[in-house]
Design a binder for this molecule. Structure first.
Ligand SMILES: [Fe+2]
Length: 255
């Protein structure tokens, strides 16, 4: 499989370019996301990015079959359906997907489900690697310790968000518009960028930039873990690509 691992230099260069494009587009016109701390570190395209690791790279925590089905069937379908919705609803798919997400209430349910599904999975693949660092460092660790008292307390709260999300959905670590880190979860393929009323998302004030997301749909773990979502989450921590998430967090602070 093609190795497209993002170097820090390339990531920053790409991100700076994307930031400029997003500023020009005045992306965050939504009152929920506008103002200081406007959260976006880089943009997402309407295409599925190649995985930077093989399907079996995350074994034994995530088995190769789960990864293959998840990436090449589930996530690929979100991408395909997103492009169909974009065509039908006259959305320019050369623009950042975030432009759609922050105004998702104006679009169809098909757009909401598949734009969310595509964005969430694109982030999820990049947030994992074989033999994760186990713990962040630098400003992200400092912010986590400041917001949640300790890394262990953060981990417990995030784990609970994933375990307690009823049905299918995602657990999130979010940088809100006040640059504070918050934890929550969303149903289905919704995410914290979407301009959905709290009553629809059930996530209260979980609005802002998604620093980290964990897929707790059964398709992410059922083959290996069956109904044991808690075991999947506990093991998933060993795969977290903290280097990538640190870069993502540090860049989002500059927005
Ligand atoms: Fe998924």
């Amino acid at each position: 499989m093609k190795n497209n691992k993002i170097s820090r230099k390339k990531f920053i260069a790409h991100s700076a370019k994307a930031v400029a494009a997003v500023s020009t587009a005045q992306l965050f016109s939504s009152p929920l996301l506008a103002g200081p701390g406007t959260p976006l570190s880089y943009t997402t395209t309407f295409e599925q990015s190649p995985l930077s690791y093989a399907y079996n790279a995350l074994e034994p925590i995530i088995d190769a079959t789960t990864m293959e089905i998840h990436y090449s069937k589930h996530a690929a379908a979100y991408c395909k359906n997103l492009k169909e919705a974009a065509l039908a609803e006259k959305v320019d798919s050369n623009k950042p997907l975030e432009e759609v997400l922050v105004k998702i209430s104006k679009y169809s349910a098909k757009m909401r489900n598949n734009a969310g599904g595509h964005y969430n999975h694109e982030l999820f693949w990049k947030s994992m690697k074989a033999n994760g660092e186990g713990k962040p460092s630098g400003p992200l660790l400092a912010a986590i310790e400041s917001n949640f008292n300790s890394f262990d307390a953060f981990k417990a709260q995030f784990t609970d968000a994933g375990k307690n999300r009823f049905g299918s959905g995602w657990a999130w670590l979010v940088l809100d518009k006040n640059k504070k880190l918050i934890i929550g979860s969303s149903p289905n393929q919704d995410n914290p960028l979407m301009d959905l009323p709290a009553v629809q998302t059930g996530v209260g004030e979980l609005k802002g930039f998604p620093v980290m997301g964990l897929d707790v749909w059964e398709h992410a773990y059922y083959l290996k873990y069956q109904n044991r979502r808690a075991d999947y989450i506990e093991n998933w921590w060993k795969l977290v690509n903290w280097e990538f998430l640190q870069q993502r967090y540090e860049l989002s602070l500059k927005m």
